[in-house]
Design a protein around this ligand. Sequence first.
Ligand SMILES: NC(=O)c1ccc[n+]([C@@H]2O[C@H](COP(=O)([O-])OP(=O)(O)OC[C@H]3O[C@@H](n4cnc5c(N)ncnc54)[C@H](O)[C@@H]3O)[C@@H](O)[C@H]2O)c1
Ligand SMILES: CC(C)[C@H](C(=O)O)[C@@H](O)C(=O)O
Ligand SMILES: [Mg+2]
Length: 370
Amino acid sequence: MKIAVLPGDGIGTEIVAEAVKVLQVLDLPLEMEQAPVGGAAYELHGHPLPEGTLNLAKSADAILFGAVGDWKYDKLDRPLRPEQAILGLRKHLGLFANFRPAICYEQLVGASSLKPELVAGLDILIIRELTGDIYFGQPRGRRTAVDGLFPGADEAFDTMRYSRPEIERIAHVAFQAARQRGRKVTSVDKANVLETFQFWKDVVIEVHAQYPDVELQHMYVDNAAMQLVKSPKSFDVVVTGNMFGDILSDEASMLTGSIGMLPSASLNDRKQGLYEPSHGSAPDIAGKGIANPLATILSAAMMLRFSLQAPEAADRIESAVKSVLAAGYRTPDIWSEGTQKVGTREMGDAVVAALMGNGAGKTITTITKS
Ligand SMILES: NC(=O)c1ccc[n+]([C@@H]2O[C@H](COP(=O)([O-])OP(=O)(O)OC[C@H]3O[C@@H](n4cnc5c(N)ncnc54)[C@H](O)[C@@H]3O)[C@@H](O)[C@H]2O)c1
Ligand SMILES: CC(C)[C@H](C(=O)O)[C@@H](O)C(=O)O
Ligand SMILES: [Mg+2]
């Protein structure tokens, strides 16, 4: 089983190193090959997603991704900015279905910024459409306004769009996921204002006819943002577009205690997947050895379950994470009085130790750097 390991920038390199360490103690024939991506690739090859990295990603069974981006690249032409690497991978590989589970582990109830009773036992799944919407709609750009409030002024524009097949396939993913869980889907839109999202809502209703056993609720995105902090446990599966999903998933991360706890899986229709934490490269803490690696380690568990047909290994990683939290290990983002503050590496070591204690075997692993 071949894994493309793309650490990227900032804390990306630190957290991916811990996830790789965890994968290495599993009894699985994993072949990992590393390549530069984002700002790191721009420095080496003049492009955030060099051909070699893209080809490696395409040929792998799964991709383990860290994060890309740094403020110092914000003035580059857009196609050269690090963020284009993750957008390019999603587009080139057709990774349209993004799973972002927000689970509040028992030990982290107090780490959330919400009252404990609101988040205790929380287990919701945000399904974000990942290859359409205003992120990829054309045309976009800058021009001189010919009409509007200020004709003759400079203006910028983007295009929000969704086609029927794009909405249908993500709706099917959401209803099928709900069947494995609480059988409730909340479709989040802005149908009261945007044509794109009235269409989204209409198509989701049509697809729902095939899933009479699943409850469907519609909610405007502004209300959803409010309900997520008012009564997060009233949700089961949330399905939404690319931009709303980006925003709501960062909001949901704080229900779990920290954005450093939110893993993700981005899948195409062949179940090939890219696995990454939902957060970014965190330039403010990069290089300090304090980033929380658990979202990345939990993303590696999702990779084993969804793309590598190793669900037992995924279960073992998730149990190991629970046991290190139960033992009191905390990176600063989830630390509270009475627990043990550790750095990125110590947290990874603790997960490895928990796995070994659970009877880990020998791993056949090769790492090559390209
Ligand atoms: N998929 C990706 O690669 C991805 C995702 C989001 C943002 N970005 C990029 O990352 C850069 C920084 O963006 P940002 O600051 O808006 O978002 P961010 O997610 O990188 O950081 C937001 C805040 O959360 C904290 N944080 C994030 N991950 C953490 C972790 N694992 N442990 C502890 N604290 C953590 C950071 O320190 C920061 O205070 C930008 O260039 C942005 O474009 C990349
Ligand atoms: C870095 C950026 C392109 C990306 C997004 O907006 O999708 C990030 O915020 C995410 O959530 O993965
Ligand atoms: Mg985001």
